[in-house]
Design a protein around this ligand. Structure first.
Ligand code: PLP
Length: 435
């Protein structure tokens, strides 16, 4: 038995893999990865795969990144961890200062994954209204097809049936307003007009229900898990104005879209808005260590600042503000500064999208991009398209993970010209063969 086979068997016997019907691994084998370098993942047999999905959207500057590695190593020699209740340390303070500078929001609250960050924002919003005596504001709304994570609170505001329906009896109730995803626009209707039409439904909803609403949680500009649903920024500016008018918090879930992914450091910048809460994770450590953060306004922070203990935000996680994760985040932010990443990505983004035009000879629609997110929908009757496309791409050394009939690239920002050519060519061949 090869090393490869042994590891696969051990994994299937000992690991419960995420987002997976484990029985399907009887037919579709796991891929045992030994190491990574740049955009490449190398399996135990030495075969390489181009990581076109940045390992579930977390990796910004490639695997085996020397600068992030060095930062973690240095931190490792000083302090690996200390509880953040009653204690503080340089990496968490420095990171909080940097994030405040970038977002215009303050008092970063930390956790270790995205779902915990959205839970924290929901709890903080609810608790804020209680603290100021508006105890009727207890409910949340989100967009149709939204994704905010898998824990019970975050799943309560998620709107993806396959993840949510089984657990529906356990979840907080939330309402969904129409998604401005421009694929849903009517024929002849511009993305902007459609976004405005959706915003007017939001406005009606808030006019009726604002007294019981705590917050509107939204994925700014791109609903990634919904299949890279992109929308016009005017929706965000309208949502900001409407939420302010009706005293409903706006929570920006920038877990997937933050840190340069949509072409600006944060997606909200493209609508020139400041949310009441911002949730950050995924790319925050360059894909090195689990970390998430929620930042909010001084006014919201002040409503918790009180002699009464229970008016404080008594939420915690054991690894809150972990120094190693903070040092990885600081190194990641340093790369943005020294390498002028947001600016350079504009060229890379344009180049990738230009090369993707070869895909138009296939039956694809909605060929689209937003910064460093690229996507198209394949017209196919093949119910197994997503899995077969994944398998066919892997066989040709490309890691793609289509969502339904939506194929997307969310590559590390460091992807080079020949690697882009490879990614686009293999995708073209695979889509042609599988659809
Ligand atoms: C991935 C994601 C989450 C959840 O983050 P996890 O780290 O997987 O818990 C929440 N919101 C959005 C928009 C995401 O893409």
């Amino acid at each position: 038995m090869s090393n490869n086979q042994t590891l696969l068997d051990r994994s299937l016997r000992s690991v419960w893999h995420p987002c997976t019907q484990m029985k399907q691994h009887e037919t579709y084998p796991l891929i045992p990865i030994r190491r990574g370098d740049g955009v490449w993942l190398y399996d135990v047999d030495g075969k390489k795969h181009l990581d076109a999905v940045s390992s579930w959207w977390v990796n910004l500057f490639g695997h085996n990144n020397p600068r992030i590695k060095d930062a973690i190593r240095q931190q490792l020699d000083t302090l690996e961890h200390v509880m953040l209740a009653g204690f503080t340390h340089e990496p968490v303070v420095a990171l909080s200062e940097k994030l405040a500078g970038l977002t215009g929001l303050g008092h970063a609250f930390y956790a270790s994954d995205g779902a915990s960050a959205t839970e924290i924002a929901l709890k903080m919003s609810f608790h804020y209204w209680r603290n100021i005596g508006k105890t009727g504001k207890t409910r949340f709304i989100s967009l149709q097809n939204s994704y905010h994570g898998e824990t019970m609170g975050s799943l309560g505001v998620t709107d993806v049936a396959i993840f949510k329906d089984t657990y529906a009896p356990l979840l907080i109730q939330s309402a969904q307003v129409p998604s401005p995803d421009s694929r849903l626009a009517e024929a002849g209707e511009s993305a902007e007009d459609f976004a405005l039409r959706c915003a007017s439904v939001l406005e009606q909803y808030l006019a009726e229900h604002h007294a019981e609403l705590a917050a509107f949680i939204i994925e700014p500009l791109v609903q990634c898990a919904a299949g890279m649903g992109m929308y016009h920024p005017v929706y965000l500016s309208r949502a900001r104005a409407i939420c302010s008018q009706y005293e409903v918090h706006l929570i920006a879930d920038e877990i997937a879209v933050g840190f340069g992914r949509t072409g600006t450091m944060f997606a909200c910048e493209q609508a020139n808005i400041k949310p009441d809460f911002i949730c950050l994770s995924k790319g925050i450590t360059g894909g090195y260590l689990p970390l998430s953060a929620v930042l909010t306004t001084d006014a919201i922070y002040q409503a918790f600042y009180h002699d009464a203990t229970v008016k404080g935000f008594l939420h915690s996680h054991s690894y809150t503000g972990n120094p190693l994760a903070c040092s990885a985040a600081l190194a990641t932010l340093a790369i943005f500064e020294t390498d002028d990443v947001v600016h350079k990505n504009k060229e890379t983004s344009a180049r990738i999208f230009e090369k993707m035009q070869v895909l138009t000879d296939l039956p694809v629609e909605h060929l689209r991009h937003q910064g460093m997110i690229f996507s198209f929908d394949v017209q196919t009757a093949n119910q197994q398209f997503s899995r077969q496309c994944y398998q066919a791409a892997i066989a040709q050394s490309l890691l793609l993970r289509p969502i339904g009939n939506t194929v997307y690239f969310m590559p590390p920002y460091t992807i080079t010209e020949p690697e882009i050519d490879f990614m686009v060519k293999v995708s073209h061949d695979v889509v042609k063969a599988v659809r």
